[in-house]
Design a protein around this ligand. Structure first.
Ligand SMILES: Cc1cc2nc3c(=O)[nH]c(=O)nc-3n(C[C@H](O)[C@H](O)[C@H](O)COP(=O)(O)O)c2cc1C
Length: 305
């Protein structure tokens, strides 16, 4: 995917500000939900939150957080969203949503692409296991101390559950893990306020398209009815501008955040975000645009143009 820049437009000091669900955000590069941050760095989610705040980025906290939501919210210095896995125990799911809302999480991303875990050969070969002393508090049943069946196999999640969530959710509901344009439309019909195009970082179903390939089909079908976000493979500022050119309002970043967190805790998370932000601003100027509104599909080189 190639960029086709414009020149002599006096593009300077690019403005990366956007408004989403009534909030003003300084840039469109967010932290994707990632499980078990304390398996990556002892300071875990609190370090990620601090790094996000230092870089002025929005942070989506995973259902598999190893830090209680209260502790993250108490120290919150940045915009926080919560990622939800609907569990077999729907009353638990409802309480979790209400807890996140009460604590000030501004939106909820319901992950819909993981009814079971994908075939992760490299993870198996490496012998990776979650360290025994690490707990994800919302994945443990408080009464029986047993691990909650996160992927809701006894009581599979369907569109009915999305309508059910919507019936009591007070904050915007986004669907995370949409690849089919028809599902994007179904989501909107069931009350989703936003769509996150994602293939779970290539960790679920082999041979699906890359998010960036499917993104233009989804933005075309959604046709501005709700914001479309995207994650997967964002490693450079030019990746961000391509996603926005193909209609994404913002992108989420997963693995690069893990690397920053592993290397240097909150400083590493902040550094990763700042590198991406700086590269994105440079790409905007080199493409001849000064604001996000000016980024459109004319910036993408098409061979048969
Ligand atoms: C280690 C790891 C843990 C993840 N945990 C979650 C999770 O708990 N919930 C979720 O919705 N997505 C999870 N994801 C997927 C990310 O939110 C995101 O979709 C993906 O990482 C984006 O691709 P990227 O890593 O290429 O940026 C995880 C990804 C990784 C790499």
């Amino acid at each position: 995917l190639k960029l086709l820049p414009r020149v002599l437009k006096a593009a300077r000091n690019p403005d990366t500000y956007l408004e989403l669900f009534g909030r003003k955000l300084s840039n469109p590069i967010f932290i994707a939900p990632i499980a078990y941050h304390r398996a990556i760095h002892p300071d875990g989610e609190l370090a990620t939150m601090k790094g996000a705040a230092e870089a002025d980025s929005l942070y989506v906290v995973s259902s598999f957080t190893t830090t209680p939501l209260e502790d993250i919210a108490k120290n919150a210095q940045t915009n926080l969203w919560f990622q939800l896995y609907v569990t077999d125990d729907r009353s638990f799911t409802r309480e979790l949503v209400q807890k996140a809302e009460d604590l000030g999480f501004e939106a909820i991303c319901v992950t819909v692409d993981t009814p079971v875990v994908g075939t992760r050969n490299r993870q198996k070969r490496s012998g990776f296991v979650i360290p025994e002393n690490l707990h994800a508090p919302y994945m443990i049943d408080a009464t029986s101390s047993s691990v909650i069946n996160t992927y809701s196999q006894q009581n599979p999640v369907t569109w009915k559950d999305i309508a059910w969530l919507k019936s009591f959710m007070k904050v915007p509901l986004l669907l995370k893990g949409i690849l089919h344009p028809d599902d994007a439309l179904m989501g909107i019909d069931h009350g989703a306020s936003g769509i996150i195009v994602s293939n779970h970082g290539g960790r679920n179903l082999d041979t699906v398209p890359a998010s960036i390939e499917i993104l233009p089909y989804i933005t075309e079908r959604v046709n501005h009815r709700v914001p479309v976000l995207m994650d997967g493979g964002i490693c450079r500022g030019t990746d961000v501008i391509k996603a926005l050119a193909l209609g994404a309002r913002a992108v989420l970043v997963g693995k690069p955040i893990c690397y920053g967190l592993a290397m240097a805790g909150h400083t590493g998370v902040c550094k990763v975000l700042q590198i991406l932000q700086k590269e994105f601003e440079t790409a905007m100027t080199l493409c001849g645009v000064s604001s996000l509104a000016e980024i459109d599909q004319n910036l993408i080189w098409k061979i048969n143009r």
